[in-house]
Design a protein around this ligand. Structure first.
Ligand SMILES: Nc1ncnc2c1ncn2[C@@H]1O[C@H](COP(=O)(O)OP(=O)(O)OP(=O)(O)O)[C@@H](O)[C@H]1O
Length: 419
């Protein structure tokens, strides 16, 4: 079913899918696993507020041609999707599709997992519980500001590519990571959990939502100038596979397939590590976190279904180094892995505890009365989590998502090839 052809390197994901589509469309009636009745949530508010237009112009016509019945809901407020999924009858539904950004997708999977937990009488607030797998697969159609999950899954934020993934019904298992505070489950995330600089940016940028996606540039500039670093302690259950030495996660990824079949002896090969210090950022990446602005993302070798997060710890050093980090994140070729003030781990779970920050007096002495705690917040898939002290656990392939994954483009020889 898959083709491996690419000539347009500006958007290889879309090009591959269109080639697939032309050839595979005639097989559509024979695909028994494709969804015929879907529940669609459209967020008209995220990104450039084009969610509804994208649905009506680009997605709905494709669903009509493919004879997919849709039950549409346009969201009216934050939390609307989650609340609906907790209560709705879903007996006649075969999949849930969202048109929105990372926050919209997060509402869908948080709602589905909590619904499954409620139905099975599992307490999600227990940080050691095995959360139940939702019955329904999810389609992610991007119309947000960053759309990290869609980009990391499909290799493009092309809307029709994402819609075609739903129509053909090819799915794969996506890890979800739970975030608990001292009392309860705060939420699950699929993209990244980030403390420090990106936490400061998301907290500040919410005040400037009227600016659209540019709010991130504005708050990003303010907060990099103001950053003084945050003290903290991370305890992590490390996996022996180091991200820098790992393969890229693509179509038919061996590492994810092994974890799907539980052929990896988990806990025996993991060990606990403790890291303390002052950090510019502490990140737990559940996927590569690639997006159009950051083509490789935080951790280009992160796997979507191996039961691990990649932890990227960026030490507090200088403003210049902080700017180097941001420049690296926009690079198409270089990763964060080899910067001397960056430490990278692959982990199955981790905890973070904020430590008090010592502030020196102008004379250079440290006065214990000025021992104050400077805290950031967590940026969790673009939403703010206030509690600095959290426990994170990865739930291997908890959610089925519609995607054919990123395929390795085969560069066709051209007459300008060097010999
Ligand atoms: N009608 C609405 N009015 C206000 N907020 C809404 C509405 N519908 C959904 N939301 C909330 O909007 C938030 C942001 O949406 P979304 O994440 O899709 O866009 P974004 O933040 O622009 O994109 P990204 O997360 O990719 O950067 C979501 O957390 C969702 O809860």
């Amino acid at each position: 079913m898959q083709s491996r052809r690419s000539t347009d390197h500006s958007n290889p994901g879309q090009q591959l899918l269109l080639a697939d589509l032309a050839r595979d469309w005639k097989f559509l009636p024979r695909l028994s696993h494709r969804p015929r009745r879907i529940m669609v949530f459209v967020n008209p508010f995220g990104g450039k507020k084009k969610g509804l237009k994208i649905w009506e112009r680009d997605v709905q016509p494709l669903m009509n041609i493919a004879e997919v019945e849709t039950k549409l809901m346009i969201t009216e407020r934050a939390g609307h999707i989650r609340d609906t999924l907790l209560a709705a009858s879903m007996d006649d539904i075969q999949a849930v599709v969202c048109v929105g950004g990372d926050g919209t997708f997060a509402e869908v999977f948080n709602g589905l997992v909590l619904r499954a937990a409620k139905d099975m009488q599992i307490d999600p607030n227990d940080p050691d519980v095995n959360l139940p797998t939702p019955n329904l697969p999810v389609g992610v159609i991007p119309s947000g500001s960053t759309d990290t999950v869609a980009y990391s899954l499909h290799g493009t934020t092309d809307v029709q590519t994402a819609a075609i993934h739903v129509i053909f019904g090819d799915s794969t298992g996506l890890d979800l990571s739970s975030v608990h505070n001292n009392h309860s489950l705060v939420r699950l995330y699929a993209s990244v959990l980030s403390y420090g600089y990106l936490g400061d940016v998301i907290r500040d940028s919410e005040k400037f939502r009227w600016m659209g996606p540019q709010r991130y540039d504005y708050s990003g500039f303010k907060k990099i100038i103001a950053n003084k670093g945050y003290e903290g302690e991370i305890e992590l259950l490390s996996d022996p596979c180091h991200p820098a030495g790992s393969t890229r996660c693509m179509e038919n990824c061996t590492r994810c397939l092994q974890h799907m079949h539980n052929t990896v002896p988990d806990k025996e090969i993991s060990r606990w590590l403790t890291v303390r210090g002052k950090f510019f950022m502490v990140n737990g990446a559940n996927v590569s976190c690639a997006c159009s602005r950051s083509p490789l993302g935080f951790s280009p070798h992160c796997h979507i279904g191996d039961g691990c997060v990649d932890i990227i710890l960026i030490r507090h050093t200088s403003l210049l180094n902080n700017i180097r980090v941001l420049l690296r994140l926009t690079s198409k070729h270089k990763t964060l892995y080899d910067l001397p003030f960056v430490e990278v781990y692959r982990a199955r779970e981790f905890t973070f505890r904020a430590l008090p920050t010592l502030h020196g007096q102008p004379g250079g002495e440290i006065n214990s009365s000025r021992l104050i705690s400077e805290l950031s917040v967590w940026n969790c898939d673009g939403e703010v989590i206030q509690d600095p002290d959290v426990k994170i656990r990865v739930h291997c392939q908890l959610l089925k998502v519609y995607t054919r994954r990123v395929q390795e483009p085969i560069v066709e020889p051209s007459c300008f090839c060097s010999t």
